[in-house]
Structure formats: structure tokens, C-alpha cells
Design a protein around this ligand. Structure first.
Ligand SMILES: C[S@@+](CC[C@H](N)C(=O)[O-])C[C@H]1O[C@@H](n2cnc3c(N)ncnc32)[C@H](O)[C@@H]1O
Length: 262
């Protein structure tokens, strides 16, 4: 498939996710516990008065949650390339919030419509991974860095190949089929990302905010329960979500947050 055709298919997918799931978290991911953990991981870095950009904000689900939890922010702007996502976010905004403390616009992570150094905090959760190649992912990261102020932060919460490989090695020990996460070929490689950031002289920390949850929900769950008995919600997920909030680490969390200071 040609690149332009591939891009159009990907965009259509997100347009239809917005139509189908409207304001629900399902528009972006079915794993609500992961979304909650991710919102907490980003929220730790929000300070009073911050002007924040949520890149690839989907229907605004996480942006609204951040605003609920951090009412003293300066502003939250959400951008997404899917018009239907932005329409949905604006509908929810009208129903819940007045003024410009939160706003949504169509925008592309590869060419953001904002001036350099416009925001205190820029975050992208599960968006950069959607760019086809590491070269394109670098363009997207550079755009996020461009629009954040010097001293401000960019948070990237993205899936990584190393924990994916580790989990699959564990699963193999117990004769489980490998996890087949869609788009795993575009998962980040920690060394590549870290070298890229270090070459730019940027400091960063890593929040492995999902390790225990992934160990429970993507490995232990199948060892101790029959997944067929729980076609929808499996209570093991909640147990490991609760543990995750008190303890993390171990390298099993496919989704990890890099907190980069400009
Ligand atoms: C997996 S969802 C994540 C949504 C949201 N960040 C969250 O945490 O729930 C990916 C989102 O990125 C958007 N997206 C994909 N490519 C994009 C691009 N080039 N520029 C802006 N948004 C994009 C999609 O439309 C979709 O809403």
C-alpha cells in the first residue's frame, strides 16, 4: 500500500472510532485501567497556571479528566488530526465547560499550528507510535519539543518493544501464545529514544507506570483464570491496577512515560 493510502486508512479508522464511541474512552483504548494510570502519570507533572497541549487528544477524554483534577491550570488545548474526534470533544466541552480554559482544534503532530515555546507542558499519549517509521516519530517528537517553552516538559507515553519482548518470553515459558499487540513493529526502542534525547542534550526521567499491571493483566491473569469465563471484565485487572498504584517496576510495562525537560 502507498504511504498516502496507508495514512488515509489510518485516519479513517480514528474518524470512525469517534463516530462509534462518541465521548467514551473506548474511542482510544478499551483498557480503562491503563488510561487511568496514564492520566495519573501525566497529571503528576501538571502545576498551577500551566498552559498545556494534549497532542492526539482524541475525543478529549483524558484532557477533561486532567481539568477535573487540576482546576487551577492556565489552559488545556487538545489537538487531533481526526475531525470527528475534535467535533466530539467540542460537543462535550459545550455541555460541561464554558470559556477557553479547555479548547480543541484539528491539528497534526507532524506540523503543529502553534508558535515555538507556546506551552509549559506538552503531552502525547499513544500517538507518536502511530507514525510509520522511527524517522517520522522523530519529526513528531521534535514538533512537541518545538512548541514547549525552555524549561518546560514534554511527556511521551508510548509502547516499548523491550517490555513487550520480556512479557512474551514469560508467556512462552508457560506455553501461552505471544501477545500480538497491533502495530508492535512501531513500538519504541528505549535505546534509540534515549540516544536521540541525549544527542539533543535533553534530560529525561522514565516513569514505568504500568509494569505490575501488565504483569497481571497480560500474563498472570491467564495463568490463574480461564479467560473464556470472563468475556468482558476480568477482576484480576482491578487487583493489579490497585497494586500498581502502590508499587511499580520490573520492566514489564509496555506503556512507559518519558518525561523530557527542554
Ligand atoms: C490511541 S489514540 C490516543 C488518544 C489519546 N491521546 C488518549 O490518551 O486516549 C491516538 C489518537 O491520535 C490521533 N492521531 C493519529 N495520528 C495523528 C497525527 N498525525 N496528528 C494528530 N493526531 C493524530 C488519532 O486520531 C487518535 O485520536
Amino acid at each position: 500500500m502507498e504511504k498516502t493510502e496507508k495514512d488515509a486508512v489510518a485516519k479513517d479508522y480514528w474518524e470512525s472510532q469517534a463516530k462509534t464511541h462518541k465521548g467514551s474512552h473506548l474511542a482510544s483504548w478499551s483498557d480503562n485501567f491503563m488510561i487511568e494510570l496514564e492520566i495519573d502519570a501525566v497529571g503528576e507533572h501538571i502545576s498551577s497556571g500551566d498552559h498545556i497541549l494534549d497532542v492526539g487528544c482524541a475525543n478529549g477524554y483524558s484532557a477533561f479528566q486532567q481539568l477535573e483534577r487540576h482546576r487551577d491550570v492556565g489552559s488545556i488545548t487538545g489537538v487531533d488530526f481526526a475531525e470527528n474526534m475534535i467535533k466530539q470533544a467540542n460537543t462535550l466541552k459545550k455541555a460541561q465547560w464554558s470559556g477557553d480554559v479547555i479548547k480543541f482544534e484539528v491539528g497534526d503532530i507532524n506540523a503543529l499550528q502553534f508558535d515555538d515555546a507556546s506551552f509549559d507542558l506538552v503531552y502525547a499519549t499513544r500517538v507518536v507510535t502511530l507514525m510509520d517509521t522511527w524517522e517520522e516519530q522523530q519529526v513528531a517528537i521534535n514538533e512537541c519539543l518545538r512548541v514547549v517553552k525552555p524549561g518546560g516538559k514534554v511527556i511521551l507515553s508510548e509502547p516499548f518493544l523491550e517490555p513487550f519482548t520480556l512479557l512474551n518470553a514469560l508467556r512462552q515459558l508457560k506455553d501461552m501464545p505471544p501477545l500480538v499487540e497491533h502495530d508492535s513493529n512501531r513500538f519504541f526502542k528505549k535505546e534509540l529514544l534515549e540516544n536521540f534525547l541525549m544527542n539533543k542534550g535533553l534530560s529525561f526521567t522514565v516513569n514505568e507506570f504500568s509494569s505490575i499491571y501488565y504483569l497481571g493483566s497480560r500474563f498472570l491473569r491467564e495463568l490463574v483464570t480461564d479467560p473464556a469465563a470472563y468475556p468482558g471484565f476480568n477482576p484480576i485487572n482491578r487487583i493489579f491496577y490497585d497494586i500498581e498504584k502502590d508499587f511499580s517496576g520490573g520492566g514489564f510495562g509496555i506503556q512507559q512515560a518519558y518525561i523530557i525537560t527542554k
